[in-house]
Design a protein around this ligand. Sequence first.
Ligand code: AMP
Length: 212
Amino acid sequence: MSKNLNLVIIGLPGSGKGTQVEAIKNRFNLVDIATGEIARELADQNTPLGYEVREVINKGELLSDEIIFKVIRERIKTIPNDKGLVFDGFPRNLKQSQVLDEILFRAGRALDKVIYLSVPEEELEKRLKTRLICEKCGYSAFGHEKNCPKCQGKLVKREDDTSLKVVQKRIEENFKIISPLISCYQKRGNLIEINGDQPPKDVTKDIVKILE
Ligand code: AMP
């Protein structure tokens, strides 16, 4: 078992993963690796890779394993050993979960727990329709704020949240993809299911109780 906590947080789009990562990160000395945010950073670049990534994101599809593995391997090298990790948005399929084990092993780490935030689909659709994200740091906001509560950046609509059809497709595709992942971690004994359909503070309380 590694010294620091190495976690994965999984859930469908809009389940509150980013919010919960923010809420537990400092308490457990974690650095977050949010692949959606990393993908959006890539999409902002005016390079062939940037165009490719933008197109995939706007269609509500997943990036190729090749791109995502490269990005994660590079990111993990920059994180000090005395910090734990929390992955948000990765892995999203069984192959990615196997590669994650390998990446962690090479970094002298091991996966401790997988937190699954479960939220009914109708609630997810409702949340995504009203979600704004921070232009600067990617924080998701579901309230009526104009500026990011974290860094005061401007809150804007995410391009792939604007159409209900794209939102539904993302939920549907992600559900098909994460279901085998949930069963796999359940069998391995490190899955913790948390009710994500409650106020964010209560979700955090449930997570902290389990991790402490
Ligand atoms: P998210 O913010 O997690 O909903 O991710 C936004 C977009 O980034 C997704 O629709 C994918 O195109 C891409 N993405 C994020 N994580 C992954 C991953 N683990 N594998 C492939 N694509 C990903």
